[in-house]
Design a protein around this ligand. Structure first.
Ligand code: FES
Length: 242
């Protein structure tokens, strides 16, 4: 079956984006390996992966539109409709849910009048917020937690989360619990594409917390070590690829 070839105008991606696409592609031995950062690059331009973005990636990487679409629709970090200035991801996976993550999500959803992957306000304008449920964000030791543009806000309560979202709507950027300063969704997407326009602001602030390393510290203090592998442990052979 032949692929449907629809004419889609990709001129929305100007010279700078095209140059940056070349820089991304040059990082890899095979151009197709550049697809994930390329999708972040188009998302940084438009706030989502549009049909034009998919065609642009296909053109630049010599891939079929269907191949790019398959990847763009598989990963939840690639958005199919325009995102707000900020993306608020509330973890509602097991640990966070047990600690109040569902209530936080419900409270924010009610306040914003927006459900999963919906946006309050005009996408891209100051104070607009896209809300989403998220699976485990690898910060269970700080449950319940949420992210704004993938930056961490640990140990949340419904009150703290609501205060944070109201501040974002006013145009403020409250500092994350750890890591770099808060920017906005599109700037975060540029970083995910590998472009750090303002390196200073990305490297200030603590990047780990006491709770994260507490287990390792306790083990060291008490002389605990993990059991080693026995010398005669059998390592199963790697099956042949047929
Ligand atoms: S369950 Fe929420 S960060 Fe792991």
């Amino acid at each position: 079956m032949s692929e449907r070839t629809e004419e889609i105008d990709t001129s929305v991606f100007g010279e700078r984006t095209r140059n940056e696409a070349k820089q991304i592609i040059a990082r890899y031995p095979e151009s197709r390996s550049a697809l994930l950062p390329m999708l972040h690059l188009v998302q940084s331009e438009q706030g989502y992966v549009s049909a034009a973005g998919i065609h642009f990636c296909a053109e630049q990487l010599g891939l079929a539109v269907a191949e790019v679409s398959a990847v763009a629709t598989f990963y939840t970090m690639y958005k199919r409709s325009p995102c707000g200035q900020h993306l608020v991801s509330v973890c509602t996976n097991t640990m966070c849910a047990a600690m109040g993550g569902e209530e936080i999500y419900r409270e924010l959803s009610e306040h914003l009048g927006a459900g999963h992957e919906e946006t309050a306000g005009e996408p891209g304008t100051e104070g607009s917020i896209t809300l989403e449920h998220a699976e485990c964000l690898a910060a269970c030791d700080f449950a319940p937690m949420l992210q704004v543009n993938y930056e961490y806000y640990d140990n949340q309560t419904t009150e703290k989360a609501l205060e944070l979202v109201k501040a974002l709507q006013r145009g403020d950027k409250p500092a994350p619990t750890r890591g770099p300063e808060l920017s906005d969704f599109r700037s975060a997407e540029r970083q995910l594409a590998g472009f750090f326009d303002d390196l200073d602001s990305t490297v200030t602030g603590p990047s780990s917390a006491t709770e994260t390393v507490r287990g390792a510290q306790l083990a060291e203090e008490r002389g605990w070590t993990a059991p080693g592998m026995p010398d005669d442990a059998e390592i199963p052979p790697v099956p042949d690829k047929k």
